[in-house]
Design a protein around this ligand. Sequence first.
Ligand code: PRP
Length: 249
Amino acid sequence: MEQVSVAQRTPVRESEVASLNLGNCLSIALPKGRLLQPSLDALAEAGLQVPSMDEIDRRLIYTTGDGSMRFILARPADVPAYVEHGAADLGITGKDALLEGDWGVCELVDLGFGRCRLVVAALQGAIAPDGCGSEGAVCKLPLPRSGHTLRVATKFPAIARRHFALKRDLCVEIIKLNGAVEIAPIAGLSDVIVDIVDTGRTLADNGLVPIEEVAQLSARLIANRASLKLKSTVIHQIASALCDRSRSI
Ligand code: PRP
């Protein structure tokens, strides 16, 4: 595969942003946070010369010296927006971000890293004993602390709403939080949470246990629909290399 040279990185001025995705420049939105390092590793192994973690500072756009490639650092949940609206040709983000929104993007590759689960979890002491419910998936849900409505705190209201909609006869209130969701049952804000479990340590440290799996997650490569046609050769080269790599993970 042809190597894309990133000889140097230069800050992008505001006036340049409007032309970010024009011409032959390939723009890739990358997720800040825990997926950033494995995303850079994957792109590097796919033949792209990406900035190293040491080079990354507070700037959010890194561009090649020849302007052929730009990397936009965004919140994982925002990566699909950059890609859908054409500010980025490609993006890497978690499957959770894709499931949560109704995005007009193409999902190209399961990248094989960032594997974790989205689960329903509750305080250990609140879990209903096995056999209390009418069906296996419901029987461990705790009894609502107030009234007959099960309160669900989550960063993923759309996913949670879809998950609980499958449970007939269960009245659910979804409470949208932006982080540190594990606090909600402890503070009495919710009966359960729907959240990501990676190592399981955050749940355990807060006395919570997973009671249902909602989805299995991993990092995905996504593409802008128009870019997929207009820049098909380079995008398919990158996607193919990342696909080969993911099979070996
Ligand atoms: C995520 C997730 C859990 C935690 C799970 O939060 O929402 O809180 O990681 O990881 P673990 O199973 O390895 O403990 P994140 O670190 O992204 O922070 P946030 O809660 O502020 O969103």
